[in-house]
Design a protein around this ligand. Structure first.
Ligand code: AMP
Length: 234
């Protein structure tokens, strides 16, 4: 078992960004960032997300998990011919805090710097006017905290009926902050046919049941210290 895991780990290490089928402007932006190879979570997550399957990723900050979901989302957006539709978004990313939402939006702009992509940050603690104006045009990606997003969904400023992919980032933190009831209300507004991706550093029972209720036969991937070859050898 241990030896098999080492072999799988090494095959992730060998993979290059160019093996993943990402659009050329994305590869160019990654190169500009100086990334030489995908991290283990990226090598696992990107092919699954590009296949359209649901996914649960157990990974902490610092593993490269933001690019693991942002790069395949950008690839999908690069394939779209049409401009965004008013009040709609193709992809929705939910994050527990304003700071994380803004970091994710920065990553989208960085990795999407060589292509056309529009992003709206929809978070609490700021006046809603700018968010309303941005959504009036429609955007490719909404990065949101749950409370403010639900406010806009309830007033019709944001419509989720055409959203193809939803990413829940830092699921366990969103649980700790009491967002589960809000997240469940948001999930109910999304189309039944969609891709749902959940990242969490840990898997408490309530996150497990969120996955059971809203994800469809997800692939599960994990990047934990136990997958490091040296520890398996020990
Ligand atoms: P994250 O876990 O998403 O917070 O990412 C942690 C850090 O790793 C960020 O500063 C990224 O810029 C960086 N990073 C992400 N992917 C790669 C990669 N493939 N190679 C080098 N650095 C990366």
């Amino acid at each position: 078992m241990g030896i098999r895991c080492v072999a799988v780990y090494e095959s992730y290490q060998l993979k290059q960004f160019t093996d993943l089928g990402l659009a050329e402007p994305i590869l160019r932006a990654i190169k500009t960032e100086g990334y030489t190879a995908p991290t283990p979570i990226q090598a696992q997550a990107i092919p699954i997300m590009m296949s359209g399957k649901d996914m649960v990723g157990i990974a902490q900050t610092g593993t490269g998990k933001t690019a693991a979901f942002v790069l395949p989302l950008l690839h999908r957006i690069s394939e779209l011919r049409d401009r965004p539709i008013a009040n709609h978004c193709v992809a929705l990313i939910l994050a527990p805090t304003r700071e994380l939402a803004s970091q994710i939006a920065d990553s989208i702009r960085t990795y999407g710097s060589a292509m056309r992509v529009s992003v709206a940050i929809v978070v609490g603690g700021v006046k809603p006017g700018g968010q309303i104006r941005m959504m009036a045009r429609g955007v490719d990606v909404v990065v949101a905290t749950p409370g403010r997003l639900l406010d806009h969904v309830q007033t019709g400023v944001i419509k989720l009926d055409r959203t193809e992919t939803v990413v829940l980032d830092e699921g366990d933190q969103m649980l700790d902050l009491g967002f589960m009831p809000t997240i469940r209300k948001i999930m109910a507004k999304l189309p039944k046919k969609r891709q749902t991706v959940l990242f969490s550093a840990t898997m408490p029972q309530q996150i497990r049941s969120l996955a059971d209720d809203f994800l469809n036969q997800p692939s599960e991937i994990a990047v934990t210290p136990t997958s490091k070859p040296i520890e398996l050898i020990n």
